[in-house]
Design a binder for this molecule. Sequence first.
Ligand code: SAH
Length: 223
Amino acid sequence: MAWHSSGATNMDLIHNLERNGLIESERVKKAMLGVDRAHYAPAAPYEDSPQSIGHFATISAPHMHASACESLLPFLKPGSKVLDIGSGSGYLTHVLAELVKPDGTVIGIDHIQPLVDLAEKNMAKSEEGRDLLKSGAVKFIKADGRLGWKESAPYDAIHVGAAAAEHHKELTDQLKAPGRLFVPVAEGWMQHIYVIDKKEDGSVEKKKMYGVQYVPLTDAPKT
Ligand code: SAH
């Protein structure tokens, strides 16, 4: 059970996620061990639940971060190019960057400038994080993620951390062939994770996975 994975330390949490079958691979385990959630989740960093980060956003629960990484893993190789839409706290952006080292790049997009700043600030708390920012391996950008980020496309993997109201064609268009998109999609009152593969021949295959609860992928709030 997801909620039973909480721990007293980062290492505890990751080991519990592994014991409960939520982390399946050594690579995801190593990457998550390499990023201290306390740098990204202000209160209760090692609890397996979402936490508020302000601006009506949450850092997703660790089991969802683990599931996203496991799902995208075949497309996260040294040198891969990744887009993380709705980067929020920046935690997953950092873990994804660990998974595409060396020579990989991850672009984190959020439509709220204070969250773009927060992600950068969080990442700068560790030496590895500072190196990722300095080398350009990680960039945080303010933009509407529903349009993807055409400037750096195509991507091996795209992760969406907020529930889309529809299947945005822009996102599959910006995938490499092959490439994979992990996206929560709202359907009425329900949300489901979709894993969408663009095959080598350019054809697109959508797989509906499990039910989830994410904050919505919306218009930017009026300021
Ligand atoms: N992966 C992040 C999730 C943050 S919550 C984490 O675990 O920390 C979802 C994020 O999506 C919020 O930060 C919110 O500001 C952002 N968001 C919502 N709609 C968006 C849009 N249209 N474009 C870009 N970001 C968006």
